[in-house]
Design a protein around this ligand. Structure first.
Ligand code: SF4
Length: 411
């Protein structure tokens, strides 16, 4: 049977509602006043963007939400989406000194969201482009979080900045690839508008290499920033993968973010292959959109999965099941998926995962979601810039401090 939508709009609104809703004024004040405003605060050190956490929390406690948002957004223009999507439990909140006292850490993410929502909801301007222009022009390829952050910084330094994006909407993973219950697409698009308001020009629907060449861009601009992220998703490479109910996790998540929730087709029994954070986003949303059973199939054990512990706990709380030390060997059915054949795995003497002969079993499923990670964009990058130095994994080799690659003017 083909898969179909399983929840009505009202149910979807409830099951897919944000898991960390906005604080009330009273809640935010109480939480902010718990903060010790530490000197040399570890929460700042553990924030990849170095937001001055105690400073913005102190401003919330003092009632200055605009000031708090300015502190956040000056350090990180994507502070609103980071407040929702960052793994704060292992970053700023994981470093909070209150944990040493066996107290709950300050809910930094939710306070950050509270402050940034204030300026977005009320159209308050807290960032502006430099009044004096540098006369330099920079082009950024890809409009995901890396380019947005970079473009905003460049605009604030007075550089003319243009972002090329092959898709019709900017924002990259924040727009298309985050679980809906963590962050709605509108939050990402509002951040794009904030960056645009700094004078950054976006050329959406234009693909470098197809619509404009890298050589042309290098001629027209003083510097090129490559912010393309990762490429295609890995596949299982097993029989039955061509059946229509076999999808990759990012496509499934994108459909949820670009379609009415009550029109997203989901299986009744869903198998998710892989055990990273994207796999968790897939299984939780499959359950929330009406799958009666959803389970993860992972070829290694719980200690080996790359998903964060809190994501694992969330999936289990949503009713997701985990099947460790199993590997899919075939997807069954035709013309529609009816099952998944898995075999047990073990480690060989060299630590590689191998199948255990004679252990195959068939599981009844009607949808398979592959969450096997993404490949590097090695071929695309070398087609653009044949001299670009890549490492053995296909990542761009660059100076750690400046971001400069081995190609002059390319970062
Ligand atoms: Fe506040 Fe915790 Fe950061 Fe200290 S470590 S400033 S208590 S959030």
């Amino acid at each position: 049977m083909p898969i179909r939508p399983r929840v009505d709009a009202k149910t979807a609104r409830r099951t897919m509602a944000e898991i960390a809703p906005r604080y009330s004024k009273q809640e935010a004040r109480v939480e902010a006043e718990r903060c010790l405003y530490c000197f040399d605060a570890p929460c700042i050190q553990s924030c990849p963007t170095g937001i001055d956490v105690p400073a913005f929390i102190q401003k919330i406690a003092a009632g200055s939400l605009t000031g708090a948002a300015r502190t956040i957004l000056e350090a990180n223009v994507l502070g609103s989406s980071c407040a929702r999507a960052c793994p704060t439990q292992v970053l700023c909140e994981g470093a909070c000194v209150l944990l040493d006292r066996d107290e709950q850490p300050i809910k930094i993410g939710r306070l950050q969201r509270y402050a940034t929502d204030h300026v977005f909801d009320n159209d308050i301007t807290v960032l502006s482009a430099a009044a004096e222009k540098s006369g330099k022009r920079v082009v950024l390829i890809g409009a995901g979080p890396a380019s947005l952050g970079c473009a905003a910084e460049l605009a604030r330094l007075g550089h003319e900045t243009v972002v090329y994006e092959k898709r019709l909407l900017a924002g990259g993973l924040n727009t298309y690839g985050i679980a809906y219950y963590k962050m709605k697409p509108e939050v990402s698009l509002a951040e794009v508008e904030l960056v645009r308001s700094l004078g950054v020009e976006f050329r959406e629907g234009v693909e470098v290499g197809r619509d404009v060449s890298m050589d042309t861009l290098r001629e027209q601009f003083d510097a090129v920033f490559i912010g393309t992220g990762l490429g295609g998703t890995h596949r299982l490479g097993i029989p039955g993968e061509e059946l229509p109910e076999v999808v990759d996790a990012l496509s499934f998540i994108e459909e949820i973010r670009t379609s009415p929730l009550d029109e997203v087709a989901v299986g009744d029994r869903v198998a998710v292959i892989g055990c990273g954070n994207t796999a968790i986003d897939a299984i939780t949303q499959a359950k929330r959109l009406g799958a009666s059973t959803a389970f993860i199939v992972y070829r290694r054990g719980a200690d080996d999965m790359s998903a964060y512990e809190f994501e694992y706990a969330l999936a289990k709380a949503d009713g997701g099941e985990f099947m460790f030390h199993r590997q899919p060997v075939a997807i069954l059915g035709g013309p529609h998926v009816t099952g998944l054949r898995v075999a047990e795995t073990q480690l060989d003497a060299e630590g590689r995962t191998v199948l255990v002969p004679g252990t195959e079993t068939d599981l009844a499923v009607d949808m398979v979601i592959e969450a096997l990670g993404q490949s590097k964009m090695k071929e695309v990058l070398l087609a653009w810039l044949p001299a670009l130095e890549l490492d053995a994994r296909g990542a761009i080799v660059r100076d750690f401090d400046t971001g400069a690659t081995n190609v002059d003017g390319v970062y």
